[in-house]
Design a protein around this ligand. Structure first.
Ligand code: GLA
Length: 692
């Protein structure tokens, strides 16, 4: 195996190699600058790449630009020394190479501060992980920090650039946009406390002509669930720099003498295999380096939310659990409404004991019953929140985010607990740990239903830290719970997909992708989610008819077929489902169990855009492939074309039932989709290789 990281001392050039790419950095007087990011080169070849010519009046290409000197772009290092100086002047102070890890150390020429730039590459994928650590080397006054990005990524020179990203809102997450990179500066940010629905902390750049299957793309994804900011800056000379980091603009916090501030990871990825190739590489990275249980299959879950809403009782959950077990459900999740005086969203958050009217003997009888039925038991929690109408708030009003002389803005009648406070963190871990210790709970749905407002911390000398420490505490509690209760699996939810990122996926198993369970809307949501995150993490329910949100009436088969492209779940009031619906749902679940290892662990090919009349996605895992085709609306005069499959062996044959296809024909001519006539038509094909 060749070295993953190489160094040429004469030119000060580092080459970080992945299986098919090289990322190269050169030490210069202005600090380390990126010289190359593209198809794999040798160290000698990288050394021969010249420094980027200077265009205009400024230094570009720095790995983590600060302020001062001829630096005029968005600063990735923003700090203020005790005397008011904000400029940095770096000198290289050594580097360390350890396998795939490179650390380049810089110290300021005058002030007591050290900046470590960290890089990590692997031999099993093309991702370059980057993060930074700033250390106060002095002994007296604090340094004020305003920003420390994880990475600035300089794009290689191209004639044009296009950006891909997602925007959204509640129940409409992950809407993919591709727009030409604007000249000037463009910012994507969350100021809401978590990564949130309105965007997602990743950005991809291509030269404008890349397609789903062909062409170059560079991408970065930030592994962080709090607020964040990504920027793209394009100059007249078509230099393009992307920055990625935690925190929004306007924060100021103090770095104490001796303290180190470490950023989350920003992962970077380059491919020549189009947007599809990019997604496949991100999914592979998630499985190899982010997720904790990538080889498990996610169980078919039932969730009570769209069935009984806030009205959960031991009696009705028992009844529904019996139906769920009959359908083939493997994990029964009781959602909101089981605790305190939580009869609606106006009370009870914070009072995490079973409602005695609804669960007279506690949770254990229901938990036992669910296990007796052969299912695992899961439960909903929203630890970061409190309703003012709760015992918790009455005894600890000071625990919420608030500012003196300002209203406490309620959203969904709730306030945010300040998880940066050690006493709040200890309380939250305490009750969660007891809940898991005292009950045979197998699954937590950890929800977070509102954005931060009036995010003050009255008795702290350094209140802006809460923007970071809140998220760090959530991570620390999740880490502790998982270590102490290793059988528990966790779903990340924030009013649907408001907390979905590589940071939370490192400590959870799946995401509740959206509160929108309408399969028509869901096709676009799933397409956007799949750009970066793998299907095994994409929670998807087949739910009620008409849909509770959109009121659209959609046949059960179509509802299941869309949800089966992710980690399948079922919701709704199953007691009222007709016998025919139950029989059909059970058959769908049988089918899903046969194909889920292909969906969850396979390689995704998006065969059409999500806006086509017929949307087709394909998963390939070893000798098997699964194709989903969905046609929400049939339009007269638009016949169904054969769809050409990807990732198959042209020499092999593939069989479904008694029909055998040649791999070469499936790739060259395509598969004729056997879609029934009419609206909401869908089909699932499962082909298995039968040899050469
Ligand atoms: C949020 C979640 C839903 C459900 C409700 C419960 O909206 O996204 O899935 O859990 O909260 O109040």
């Amino acid at each position: 195996m060749d070295d993953l990281v190489e160094y040429d001392g004469t030119t000060g050039t580092f080459a970080l190699h992945t299986p098919t790419t090289t990322y190269a950095v050169r030490l210069t007087d202005a600090g380390p600058r990126q010289v190359y990011w593209g198809p794999r080169l040798t160290l000698a070849q990288v050394v021969s790449v010249p420094d980027r010519p200077r265009t205009g009046d400024e230094v570009l290409g720095e790995e983590l630009p600060g302020e001062g000197g001829e630096r005029f772009g968005p600063p990735s290092v923003r700090l203020e020394f005790a005397d008011g100086t904000r400029a940095v002047e770096w000198r290289a102070d050594g580097h360390a190479i350890d396998g795939g890890r490179l650390t380049v150390t810089l110290v300021d020429l005058h002030y007591p501060v050290r900046l470590d730039l960290h890089y990590q590459v692997y031999d099993d994928g093309d991702v370059v992980e980057r993060w930074a650590a700033l250390t106060h080397l002095g002994e007296t006054a604090p340094i004020v920090l305003e920003r420390l990005d994880s990475a600035a990524w300089t794009l290689p020179p191209r004639a044009d650039y296009r950006l891909s990203y997602v925007v959204g809102e509640w129940a409409a997450e992950f809407q993919l946009k591709r727009t030409r990179a604007a000249y000037g500066e463009t910012t994507w940010t969350s100021r809401r406390g978590t990564s949130r629905h309105q965007g997602n902390p990743w950005l991809s750049v291509d030269p404008g002509d890349t397609t789903e299957e062909y062409g170059e793309v560079w991408s970065t994804a930030l592994a962080w669930s709090g607020t964040w900011k990504l920027t793209s800056r394009r100059t007249l000379a078509d230099d393009l720099v992307v920055t990625a980091g935690a925190g929004q603009d306007g924060l100021r916090w103090r770095l104490a003498p001796g303290e180190t501030w470490t950023t989350p990871v920003a992962a970077g990825l380059y491919t020549r295999d189009g947007f599809g190739g990019l997604s496949r590489r991100w999914h592979d990275y998630a499985r190899r380096h982010v997720l904790s249980h990538p080889d498990e299959v996610r169980p078919v879950l039932y969730n009570s939310w769209e069935g009984t809403w806030f009205d959960v009782t031991e009696a009705n959950q028992r009844e529904i659990a019996a139906v769920a077990a009959d359908l083939g459900v493997e994990l029964f999740v009781m959602d909101d409404g089981w605790f305190g005086r939580r009869l609606s969203d106006s009370a009870g958050l914070g009072d995490w004991w079973p409602n005695p009217d609804r669960f007279p003997a506690g949770l254990t009888p229901l938990v036992d019953e669910v296990h007796r039925l052969g299912m695992r038991f899961g439960i909903w929690v929203e630890p970061e929140m409190v309703n003012p109408d709760s015992d918790l708030y009455r005894s600890h009003p000071e625990w919420t985010l608030h500012l003196p002389n300002r209203f406490r803005t309620e959203v969904r009648t709730q306030l945010v607990l300040n998880f940066a406070r050690p006493d709040v963190a200890e309380w939250a871990h305490g009750w969660l740990d007891r809940l898991l210790t005292e009950h045979r709970i197998d699954f937590l749905k950890w929800d977070m239903n509102r954005a931060f407002t009036e995010a003050g911390w009255a008795d702290s000398a350094d209140p802006h830290r809460l923007w970071y420490d809140h998220t760090r505490t959530v991570y620390a509690i999740l880490d502790r719970l998982r270590a102490d209760h290793p059988h528990v699996r966790i779903e990340s939810c924030a009013s649907g997909g408001g907390r979905a990122d590589f940071g939370v996926l490192r400590r959870t198993d799946q995401v509740w992708t959206s509160d929108n369970t309408d399969p028509v809307d869901r096709i676009a949501i799933q397409d956007g989610y799949s750009q970066v995150y793998p299907a095994t993490t994409m929670g998807a329910w087949a739910s009620e008819n008409p849909n509770p949100l959109t009121r659209r009436e959609i046949p059960l088969r179509f509802r299941f077929h869309v949800a089966m492209a992710g980690a399948l779940g079922v919701s709704g009031n199953l007691r009222d489902w007709s016998k025919e619906d139950r029989v059909e749902a059970a058959a769908m679940i049988v089918l899903y169990k046969r194909i889920r290892h292909v969906v969850q662990h396979g390689v995704l090919h998006r065969l059409t855009p999500p806006t086509d009349q017929i949307v087709v996605v394909q998963y390939v895992n070893g000798d098997e492939t699964v194709i989903f085709a969905w046609r929400p609306q049939a339009r007269h005069g638009h016949p169904t074309r054969p769809v050409r499959l990807r990732g198959l062996d042209p020499e092999a044959s593939y069989r479904e039932g008694s029909t055998v296809y040649s791999g070469a024909v499936l790739a060259g001519y395509g598969l004729d989709l056997d879609l029934p006539p009419g609206d909401y038509a869908s089909v699932v094909c499962h082909l298995t290789r039968v040899g050469r």
